[in-house]
Write a protein that binds this ligand. Sequence first.
Ligand code: F6P
Length: 341
Amino acid sequence: MKVGVLTGGGDCPGLNAVIRSVVRKGIQEYGFEFVGLRDGWLGALRGTVVPLGIPEVRGILPRGGTILGSSRTNPFKHEDGVRRIQDTLTAHEVDALVVIGGEDTLGVATQLSRQGISLVGVPKTIDNDVSGTDYTFGFDTAVGIATEAIDRLHTTAESHMRTLVVEVMGRHSGWIALQAGVAGGANVILVPERPFDIDQVCAWVKSRFRINYAPIVVAAEGAVPKEGQMILKDRTLDEFGHVRLSGIGEWLAQEIEERTGTDARTTVLGHIQRGGTPSAFDRWLATRFGLHAVDAVNDGDFGMMVALRGTEIVRVPLADATAHTKLVDPSLYDEFQVFFG
Ligand code: F6P
């Protein structure tokens, strides 16, 4: 059997660990052959297919990014997209695909699977918002980076007795903001799932100053004020209809300064959260996902996604996993209210 592997969407730490484990087990245990499709669905459309054997995956386990490249290409936005992908697979005699991606890439995989393409999905994203799995790899690394940044910002905030606002990634879901905010001892955590009241944020900031602490406000990029709109970096839509976010941190710092008469600064962590070495947990999870994905291919169990449930790796239908985004539950968010202010 010849298997194609692709990585789509925003990159995330651990992608290479999946590729390595898929290829190692596939060749060593099942005698499969592999090829890589470059830059996600773009390579499938263009027929950009590269060799993928043991030499190509040697030494990549701890490396961030993806050796196969990635893009936010949506084949359904390209003329004859599905036919072109089928042609690529036929031309290179690819029998099945392992598709490593987040909600968009796996959403495409779900539709292609319905159209008869044999594939297995592997969930990735630093945002941790893919349904059907307790965690995606990449998230643990991003939370670790954001937490370290918050730890560092505490000391400079205290030296100047000013507010530091930290903007983290998370377009629709506040998993990074919540987990890093709690781990880093933030006084205010703002997530997209819970529109915030700016007066309440300022009241928390003031109460922090009153007890002689410098406030740390952690905001997901998709956090929105109750009265107002999401702040966009620019209005251009990508092929999945997403705008580019960022700006909520700067907006918050300005509002805090104006409304409280105290000093505030912003740090936008941006792609630092996605780059570089994956954490040990992400390498472990990515490796396990890869091993189980190649098992699913060997079993002919297509249209499925590997997922983490507790400590077990299970298979779930791609259609279920991509039906909705996994959001922060309001009751989970409320657990931490005691630390706000
Ligand atoms: O989907 C992962 C993610 O990192 C989001 O948190 C963020 O909004 C987006 O990607 C940024 O995308 P890009 O790298 O294309 O600017």
